[in-house]
Write a protein that binds this ligand. Structure first.
Ligand SMILES: *[C@@H]1O[C@H](CO)[C@@H](O)[C@H](O)[C@H]1NC(C)=O
Ligand SMILES: *[C@@H]1O[C@H](CO)[C@@H](O)[C@H](O)[C@H]1NC(C)=O
Ligand SMILES: *[C@@H]1O[C@H](CO)[C@@H](O)[C@H](O)[C@H]1NC(C)=O
Ligand SMILES: *[C@@H]1O[C@H](CO)[C@@H](O)[C@H](O)[C@H]1NC(C)=O
Ligand SMILES: *[C@@H]1O[C@H](CO)[C@@H](O)[C@H](O)[C@H]1NC(C)=O
Ligand SMILES: *[C@@H]1O[C@H](CO)[C@@H](O)[C@H](O)[C@H]1NC(C)=O
Ligand SMILES: *[C@@H]1O[C@H](CO)[C@@H](O)[C@H](O)[C@H]1NC(C)=O
Ligand SMILES: *[C@@H]1O[C@H](CO)[C@@H](O)[C@H](O)[C@H]1NC(C)=O
Ligand SMILES: *[C@@H]1O[C@H](CO)[C@@H](O)[C@H](O)[C@H]1NC(C)=O
Length: 546
């Protein structure tokens, strides 16, 4: 009774105080000198470590990472300021005789008794200080690694399998094992004997979270993962397939930016209102099956816009499953997001560098490889290689269930990089592999599709759900996917919905436009309220019927 009460207090403190209240379980008489003593570390458990830095970072501080030699391509993940005082430890740790990780351990002065690992993004190579700053603001002892190489490119893994192994999962594993050990030593057994362990990540960070659930189930009590880059090889090969399907701007299969905007308008005409709200957002992609041949120029209409047969076929291929000789590589892009998708991967130039890097450095080991050479045989070969199981698509997560872990999985339905269909498919694979009903999965694995949310952030709909400090519409569990997973693990209160908020200019310091509660798969959101869907209480999660 007593310990449950204490935990509850800690949780209240966590939700309300951002590290300045009841969450505190320990304060040192001289925190700074306790911090300095870490500079003497030479080993942690079985790992040899080299201390690169150990310093006290006072609340409100900024770090000059450029001066510390941070790779300039990593600047996306620099944090502005740190709102909680913490002891910062930077380590270099060998992971094999040909590889090592750089990692950070942040030990807050006011500690909640909780540990958290952050993840990475894309092919990087970059410690995510944004996420470290966020988690420490909630009083987690927090770790992050550089995933075994420096910078945004995967080129470091060219002819370096040890570096690939770190990227796939070993860097995460090593960082967590060392981070937990250091945290326990630092705060001492009285404070840390009941330490709970969490994970927060999106995109590649989402894949790393799933890698932990699938392969290192002992690491975390609670995992909060967004837009995971699982089925990793399939996602990359699909980019090659899309490029080849559309060709270049002189191909008869090509669609211009304006064509995609027209396609998007046509899709909205057909699908927007199926959920009961005309708000420009498709809630249920399973109900949205436009027929591209409706847009064929039939030489009789006077419609201002239409598509030629080769273009119609190209659209059809992109929005239906990509399968080679019975092997599914991709479930097909999700409708409702056509123009943003193509802006991001095609005109925004992401597809070409991504498929090129993977083929050049990893699959073909041929630096002269270029995307027009992409073919189905290479796609099959890359799936066969699947280095260190970077796929991260295993359906057997029973070990994680059996150790009492919880997974909160979310994915934006307007994701412009990794289609939400990929997460839908994974949920179904887990259900099939475990032969588990939705009710059984709900005990430990819940998956939420967030309409109008882009890749990890952004997008036309409600898109602030506590992914990072800049996306924390609220600290309370209802509004925040980080405190939500804590509540589930520590109080057994499982999330029914995920609430996300839309702000003016997608800026949480500005006015709120509306909020929406998003349903857990396979339920679907239906609107029966008045107006255009901005009345939050007009939405209901109901069973999906085809
Ligand atoms: C490092 O270890 C030595 C020997 O144990 C000790 O004398 C010294 O005070 C330690 N340094 C710090 C900063 O704690
Ligand atoms: C950070 O350090 C770099 C390199 O030493 C320096 O050029 C830059 O002015 C510093 N930035 C700030 C904001 O102090
Ligand atoms: C590095 O480790 C691998 C296997 O772990 C081993 O085969 C190789 O001989 C080692 N190389 C050196 C230089 O120690
Ligand atoms: C910085 O990152 C880029 C891209 O990943 C990489 O090519 C470069 O080698 C990195 N620089 C250093 C100094 O590691
Ligand atoms: C077609 O693409 C080429 C090469 O990227 C570019 O130079 C040209 O301006 C494009 N033409 C049109 C009509 O967009
Ligand atoms: C009909 O439309 C197709 C596709 O736009 C075009 O290639 C063809 O020339 C048109 N035929 C006639 C008779 O206008
Ligand atoms: C698909 O299967 C057919 C029949 O076995 C074979 O001829 C073809 O080469 C296969 N395609 C690829 C890309 O391997
Ligand atoms: C799957 O679960 C159902 C319901 O519990 C059971 O009837 C069925 O035999 C199971 N199938 C397999 C292949 O285990
Ligand atoms: C929805 O309706 C409200 C109230 O009429 C209006 O302020 C808002 O702009 C509309 N939003 C959209 C997305 O149409």
């Amino acid at each position: 009774m007593h310990s449950i009460f204490l935990k509850f207090l800690a949780l209240c403190g966590l939700f309300s105080s951002k590290g300045h209240g009841l969450a505190v379980t320990h304060q040192f008489l001289d925190f700074q000198s306790h911090c300095n003593s870490l500079s003497n570390l030479t080993a942690v458990g079985d790992y040899e470590v080299t201390v690169l830095r150990s310093e006290y970072v006072a609340a409100g501080s900024t770090l000059n990472l450029t001066a510390e030699g941070r790779n300039v391509t990593c600047a996306t993940w620099d944090a502005p300021a740190y709102s909680a005082s913490a002891c910062r430890l930077v380590l270099q740790v060998p992971t094999s005789n040909a590889s090592s990780i750089k990692m950070e351990v942040w030990l807050p002065e006011e500690w909640s008794g909780r540990f958290l690992s952050t993840g990475n993004g894309g092919f990087a190579g970059c410690i995510q200080y944004t996420d470290i700053a966020y988690a420490t603001s909630y009083s987690f002892a927090t770790v992050g690694t550089d995933n075994g190489h420096s910078g945004q490119s995967i080129g470091a893994a060219y002819h370096q399998p040890e570096i690939m192994e770190d990227f796939v999962g070993r860097a995460l594993y090593t960082g967590v094992v060392i981070g937990k050990d250091v945290t326990k030593q630092f705060y001492g057994p009285d404070q840390s004997h009941d330490m709970k362990s969490y994970y927060l990540g999106c995109s590649t960070g989402g894949r790393q979270g799933w890698k932990a659930v699938q392969t290192y189930p002992e690491l975390f009590d609670g995992v909060s993962v967004g837009a995971p880059a699982i089925d990793f090889v399939g996602q990359l090969q699909w980019l090659g397939y899309v490029l080849q399907t559309l060709g270049t701007n002189t191909s008869e299969t090509w669609l211009t930016d304006n064509d995609w905007k027209e396609v998007h308008e046509e899709v909205l005409d057909r699908c927007d209102k199926l959920d009961g709200a005309a708000d420009g957002i498709v809630e249920e992609i399973r109900r949205c099956h436009p027929d591209p041949s409706d847009w064929l120029c039939d030489n009789t209409t006077d419609s201002a816009w239409c598509l030629a047969p080769a273009q119609v076929e190209a659209v059809r291929k992109i929005f239906t499953p990509f399968v080679i000789n019975g092997t599914v590589f991709h479930a097909g892009a999700a409708h409702g997001n056509e123009a943003r998708l193509m802006q991001a991967i095609l005109y925004g130039g992401l597809a070409i560098p991504w498929i090129t890097e993977w083929m050049r450095y990893i699959v073909k080991e041929d630096l002269s490889w270029n995307w027009p050479q992409w073919n189905e045989a290479d796609a099959l070969e890359s799936l066969r290689q699947n280095p260190f199981n970077v796929q991260t698509y295993d359906g057997d997560i029973s070990a994680f269930r059996n150790r009492g872990g919880k997974v909160l999985h979310w994915h934006g339905e307007a994701d412009e990089y990794i289609s939400v269909t990929n997460s839908d498919r994974y949920y179904d694979i887990v259900a099939g592999t475990l032969n588990a009903s939705t009710t059984e999965l709900d005990e430990f694995y819940r998956y939420f599709r967030v309409s109008g949310l882009g890749h990890c952030s952004g997008g036309p709909g409600s898109n602030m759900l506590g992914q990072t400090l800049a996306h924390a519409a609220g600290d309370d569990a209802e509004n925040n996917i980080l405190t939500r997973i804590v509540e589930w693990v520590e109080l057994g209160k499982a999330p029914e919905t995920i609430r996300a908020t839309k702000f003016v200019d997608d800026d949480i310091t500005k006015e709120t436009l509306y909020a929406r509660k998003h349903c857990r798969y396979p339920k679907t959101n239906l609107y029966s309220g008045v107006g255009n869907g901005t009345n939050e209480d007009g939405w209901n999660c109901v069973d999906y019927k085809a």
